[in-house]
Design a binder for this molecule. Sequence first.
Ligand code: PEP
Ligand code: MG
Length: 575
Amino acid sequence: MKGIIASPGVAIGKAFVLKHNEIIIDDTPLTTAEECAAEEAIFRKAVEDTEAQLNEIIEITEERLSAKEADVFRAHLMMLADPMLEETVMDKINNGKMKAAKAIKEATAEIAEMLGSLDDEYMRERAADIKDVGSRVLENATGNARVSLATLRDQVVVFANDLTPSDTATMDMNYVKGFVTEIGGRTSHTSIIARIMGLPAIVGTGDILQHVKQDDMVILDSVDGDIIINPTDEQLKVANEKLEKFLEHKRQLDLVKNLPAETKDGHRVEVVGNIASPNDVKGAMDNGAEGVGLFRTEFLFMNRPTLPTEDEQYEAYKAVAEGAQGHQVVIRTLDIGGDKAAECIQFPAEMNPFLGWRAVRMYFDRLDIIKPQLRAILRASVYGKLCVMYPMIISADEIYQMKAIMDECKAELDAEGIAYDKDLKVGTMVETPAAAINADKLAKIVDFFSIGTNDLTQYVLAVDRGNEMIADLYQPLHPAVIRAIKMIIDASHKEGKWTGVCGELAGDEKGAALLLGLGLDEFSMSGGSIPTIKNLIRKADHAHVKAVVDECLEMFTAKEVNERLDALLKEIYEG
Ligand code: PEP
Ligand code: MG
């Protein structure tokens, strides 16, 4: 079967299929005391099973990650032990005459609603925990026990309808060789995290779960975008050869990864890394990164029941500042929402989450979230060369408001006698049409731009970046997108400011060639792409690339641009 290449590589192994069965609830009322007793027993057994599963997950999470990462499951265990759940379910079985499954479902919904309506924020956040625990108990009561990635003990290729970015971020590389999902696009965050982790992945395959069974032998070929289920010996041989060729190519690139990103005619640019956790800095630096162009801090807020404290964030930013060994690190403030959720933040139900209450838009309602983050970044700024930037900006107003909040944080630190970098540079993501069109204005009030081509493409073209059904319309090389990028870069240069690209386009060979020709200053990408892009830049002649890109700017269709850039890559590699 075919899919979209999310992260390149070849993985050969057994399939681990994550399937969520739809649970059908039986509404028939109970009539006798014996029936009630039997349903009570089903509930108690489901609670026992849930407790055992949670304990196993806690043990493995502590062993593989840390005690802190296991907190979310400890909170689930506490909710399970709380008599409120048991009492409500028992009442529904014995007095409401409901079967266990229905009683569990209703009890969970009622308790979650009650918690969600309380004034106390801590209690409100427990609503998400009880929902999760309730589903687990329900799954156990109906024979649909959840298979958990956290408890893998064998090396596998994971197959799922969808994985959340946080599922992917916590995958254990010792056990997961790669993954395949039925939905998603190349720039969904699940795919981005796979690239950051260097994990082979294919997304958007359509109904593959109907074809693959647990423990089937599979080949995940994310060099060509193929998945082969139960391969023949011949196919296995070809896949092993392909894997070897892929690794050999990587070894070749390793020879140039630490050299400067300078074209043959002496045009120098920066190639830096995108990271989602302090643990990713080393991988980026080892791949030849000259700093960090995007730290997606929202991942610090995922897989945990409560918000990270200012001190915890300070430790994370300090670790990144130090890990970058004197190079610049651009920290992006929390960009939650869209396809990224965090249990520790309550989101309203929204019709269009990508256009909704997300990123910078939520800060003004949640100063309790943004102020500790800014204070933590400021405090960590004495340990390296940190910059900060804001996501999803649409107007100068937002920049002014952020400046006021930043000034407030600085005044507080001054009063507390805490040191910070007084010259901390502040930039903005340019990823909305509004920011692109007004780039000449924004360039006057920030220190730098970082173009988020993933969202810019999605919003300029009005094409959902994660929807595999319209993946062919998601064209980062569409004339409208490339002309917007040119406007942004030119606007920044006119004001003497620099521009980076931290969207996936910078780590794509054709995209990087285009950006080189457009005069981009900083190319930020997942660590694994750095050697390829440095190699490309070092083999290119800037004047020639610029001339080709000038031609592309006159073209009418993405197809023409793609074809011209394909030819350009050939010219670069073949001399
Ligand atoms: C982007 O939109 O291009 C970007 C870098 O941010 P994210 O992918 O996290 O939305
Ligand atoms: Mg974005």
